[in-house]
Design a protein around this ligand. Structure first.
Ligand code: ADP
Ligand code: MG
Length: 559
């Protein structure tokens, strides 16, 4: 077959096909335009049976002449020159989306800018067939109908509507995280499927997207960072589900946004996973969203044709920064703690107790004073031990119960990680009945092990933490059953930590508490169990109905 130039209309369709291949792609392009127009409210209506949809926003809108230009190929208001390409701050810039959609569907676009009258255009196959003034609020409504009517194959290749709806919901929730101030509504055949009310705090967006998450399970931070090699500031927004409170059975909620869009960046993901290492139960995954707003020069979008995966410049710098900030959130500082409420389960108990009374609770009195400069670690004063298992400690806003074994296990695990050392021993430890695999496993941990006669092995070096321990032999056998150095460290920490049931003196307990609270991950033990239970004074106050006594007449106010 000889090479021929394709007719123009085919070229157009191929070019459009690369971008607009599904309902989701249309929605993505339209809502990204709404976001670029600084909308704070976006309503997406889908009518799957008729292959039509509508996106309405309250953004800046378009003047009449812009509206007429918008559907032409390569027309954009977002860049002017090649120079601008390096400074893109908007989600769109190629000026192709509306044109492509106009090739694949009939459009009805109504738009109005402030202090002007609104205009409506109707297009068919990129021809503007009508244009007239229209009364409308400031913003833009784009109605797309007969989508893919001229390419039936594309309709056939689209996945079933249920799947598309799912991907549209993910698209919206991702954009909602990156643009938390925006209020969203998604309707299918005029029925509301998803509603997100905008808020400046991500913490308030999250529970709307993931119903199992509560406000109090989350920690949020906004961090300003000097951009490497540039004279400007980047902003890192970080929201984390505390590992002792929530986690996921799948890794579907580790999300990364960069400059307004959720992307894949495996290097940042690995930094996140390493921060959460040994904080969650086995087969559980963290809940975290981070959004980095940085200068376009830091980002290389050419990792993936659909901009879904990126390369970041100075990746090690960003990785380190993210790790440090997650670590900071895990710290038991006054600032972190006072912003949190008590354990979720306990909160429910308190609520049940409250429901039985006809008295209203005065919520205003239970707000914990925010300690703005409390960046130091919290003061925990050990007062007693309960059931030879729980350390009872007091702090400025309440009482904590700390399980002695796992708190100590956390300390030992981190110490082992920081100072993992294999030391030689004068008298070798003799093991017998080892399988070949067990001998290999011990050797893999860099222990010196050699045959010592028929079915006997001599171990001449061991992990330092096992020195002079009566259970050293048992521990070595346990280690021989396999695992890497990390699991060896976990099992040694567990084995060597103070047992529950052991009576401790106040000063021993104070030492444990002091060492535990400076660990990197004080919330959970290396197996993912929560280490402490906090009884906040505010809840105790509520529970014991102390507000009654502070009431007007003889202490009891019935409201
Ligand atoms: P791009 O977003 O790459 O500039 P599009 O084809 O998506 O290209 O849109 C073309 C232009 O139409 C945009 O640059 C913008 O000026 C205008 N536009 C599109 N949608 C909207 C909207 N919802 N509100 C205001 N202007 C819009
Ligand atoms: Mg666009």
């Amino acid at each position: 077959m000889s090479i021929k130039k394709l007719p123009d209309n085919v070229i157009k369709l191929i070019a459009a096909g690369e971008v607009i291949d599904s309902l989701t792609a249309v929605v993505r392009e339209l809502v990204e335009n709404s976001l670029d127009a600084k909308a704070s409210r976006i309503v997406i209506s889908l009518y799957p049976d008729s292959w039509s949809l509508q996106v309405a926003d309250n953004g800046e809108g378009m003047e009449e002449e812009d509206l007429l230009m918008a559907i032409q190929p390569h027309t954009t208001s977002k860049i002017n020159s090649t120079d601008d390409l390096t400074k893109i701050q908007t989600l769109g810039f190629r000026g192709e989306a509306l044109h492509s959609i106009a090739q694949l569907a009939d459009l009805n676009i109504t738009s109005r800018v402030k202090d002007s009258c609104g205009w409506e255009i109707i297009t068919h196959q990129t021809e503007i067939i009508k244009c007239y003034p229209k009364a409308i609020a400031v913003g833009t409504i784009i109605h797309v109908s007969n989508l893919f009517a001229n390419i039936p194959l594309r309709r056939q290749l689209n996945p079933c509507f249920k799947k598309q709806l799912k991907s549209i919901q993910i698209l919206i929730s991702d954009l909602a995280l990156c643009h938390p101030q925006v209020t969203w509504q998604l309707l299918v055949d005029d029925r509301v499927i998803l509603a997100i009310s905008g808020n400046n705090y991500l913490k308030k967006i999250f529970p709307q997207l993931l119903k199992t998450v509560k406000y109090s399970d989350l920690e949020e931070r906004e961090i300003k960072i000097n951009t490497p090699n540039e004279n400007n500031i980047s902003i890192l927004n970080l929201i984390i589900g505390l590992p002792d409170r929530i986690s996921r059975p799948r890794n579907d909620w580790v999300r990364i946004g960069v400059n307004g869009r959720v992307v894949k960046c495996p290097e940042l993901e690995s930094a996140i996973y390493s921060s959460f290492h040994r904080t969650l139960e086995r087969d559980r995954y963290p809940i975290i969203f981070l959004h980095l707003q940085t200068s376009p020069q830091q980002i290389d979008w050419n990792r993936h044709p659909a901009k879904a995966e990126i390369y970041l410049d100075n990746i090690e710098f960003w990785q380190e920064n993210i790790k440090q900030n997650i670590e900071q959130i895990f710290k038991l500082t006054d600032n972190n703690i006072s912003a949190r409420f008590e354990n979720k389960k306990l909160e429910n108990i308190f609520k049940v107790a409250e429901n039985r009374t006809i008295y209203n609770v005065d919520n205003s009195s239970q707000t914990i004073a925010e300690n703005k400069n409390g960046l130091g670690l919290i003061e925990l004063q050990v007062i007693s031990q309960a059931r030879n298992t729980y350390i009872i400690a007091e702090y400025s806003h309440g009482i904590w119960l700390i399980e002695q074994h796992i708190a100590h296990e956390r300390i030992l695990y981190e110490q082992l990680k920081n100072q993992w050392k294999i030391v030689s021993i004068d008298n070798p430890i003799i093991l017998n009945n080892l399988r070949k695999k067990q001998v290999e496993n011990l050797a893999n941990l860099s222990l010196e092990i050699e045959s010592f006669g028929e079915d006997l092995w001599a171990i001449r070096s061991i992990p330092q933490a096992l020195l002079n321990r009566d259970d050293c032999l048992d521990a070595l056998i346990e280690l021989s059953w396999g695992g890497d150095i990390d699991s060896a460290q976990v099992s040694i920490a567990c084995r060597t930590a103070i047992r529950n049931g052991k009576k401790l003196t106040i000063s021993e307990m104070q030492t444990i508490v002091n060492e535990w609270k400076i660990t990197k991950n004080p919330h959970t033990c290396p197996h993912g169990r929560p280490i402490y239970l906090s009884l906040e004074e505010s809840s105790l106050y509520r529970f014991f109905r102390r507000h009654w006594v502070l009431g007007k007449s003889h202490g009891i106010t019935e409201k």
